[in-house]
Design a protein around this ligand. Structure first.
Ligand SMILES: [Zn+2]
Length: 253
């Protein structure tokens, strides 16, 4: 694997896709998830927080000793969009076993409810964690990030509504958990200049997109690329994604 790049994995559901569910690719089975977490350890990846990935983007590659240091580093961060209950049930116990940090992006206005934004389109209602569970995670090594209040497509909103969704989600997390969320996740990976502006103004340190690829030094912290992990990400594809340039070729948004 080329040195000088870090990875952020993107997960949605960790569970068995229910009968009739559309977009089954959003699921990763618990068995595959266990394999993936095992592999990261086996292959010597350092599973780190998004904050450390941010630090990596700012590192000076010419600093003395930096090159050698980087060579031995395989930084990877784990992100889970939407805050589904299956994270609590199926993913968290595995992360805990390995002592891996992770970030869960919650939809602040819908905690304890369901995926109202796409339940109709997907033909499946998925439970979202309530604040009690989110708080428990926060107290047990999981970082809570913001994913708006209601999961809209930000670029389709008026400037006022963008502001409300972005600032409101951060305020909601602060109110419920007493912490300032540091990272933001654009719903559907959709954003425009106004959205980025509000994310910065709200005080976030960075934001993740659905643009595919690795994180490199000097990357824009408000459009961090990720690697999607899906239902059909079999063990060999998982390994290939991490070690080859496949994701860079897929690229784009
Ligand atoms: Zn989402």
């Amino acid at each position: 694997m080329p040195s000088g790049r870090a990875s952020i994995l993107m997960y949605h559901n960790v569970g068995i896709p229910p009968q009739g569910a559309k977009l089954r690719s959003l699921y990763v089975t618990p068995r595959m998830f266990r394999f993936q977490m095992w592999y990261l350890k086996k292959a010597g990846f350092q599973v780190v927080s998004l904050n450390e990935i941010l630090g990596f983007t700012r590192e000076d590659k010419n600093a003395s000793g930096g090159k050698q240091k980087q060579k031995n580093k395989r930084l990877i961060s784990l992100t889970f969009d939407d805050g589904f209950l299956d994270f609590f049930e199926n993913a968290f116990p595995v992360l805990k076993k390995y002592g891996y940090p992770a970030t869960v992006f919650v939809v602040s206005g819908l905690a304890g409810r369901e995926n109202l934004w796409d339940a109709g389109a997907l033909g499946v209602r998925k439970k979202l964690m309530d604040w009690e569970k989110i708080r428990y995670l926060k107290e047990n090594g999981i970082t809570i990030g913001a994913h708006t209040q209601t999961h809209p497509k930000l670029s389709s909103l008026s400037p006022d509504d963008i502001k409300k969704e972005v600032h409101g989600s951060r305020a909601g997390i602060k109110e419920r958990l007493g912490v300032e969320a540091e990272f933001f996740c654009y719903p559907y990976g959709d954003f425009n200049d106004a959205a980025v502006r509000e994310v910065k103004k709200a005080g976030f340190l960075g934001a993740v997109s659905v643009g595919r690829g690795f994180v490199c030094r000097g990357d824009d912290p408000f459009a961090l690329k990720r690697i999607p992990v899906r239902l059909n990400t079999w063990p060999l594809s998982f390994i290939y994604k991490l070690h080859s340039d496949y994701e860079i070729k897929k690229g784009g948004f």
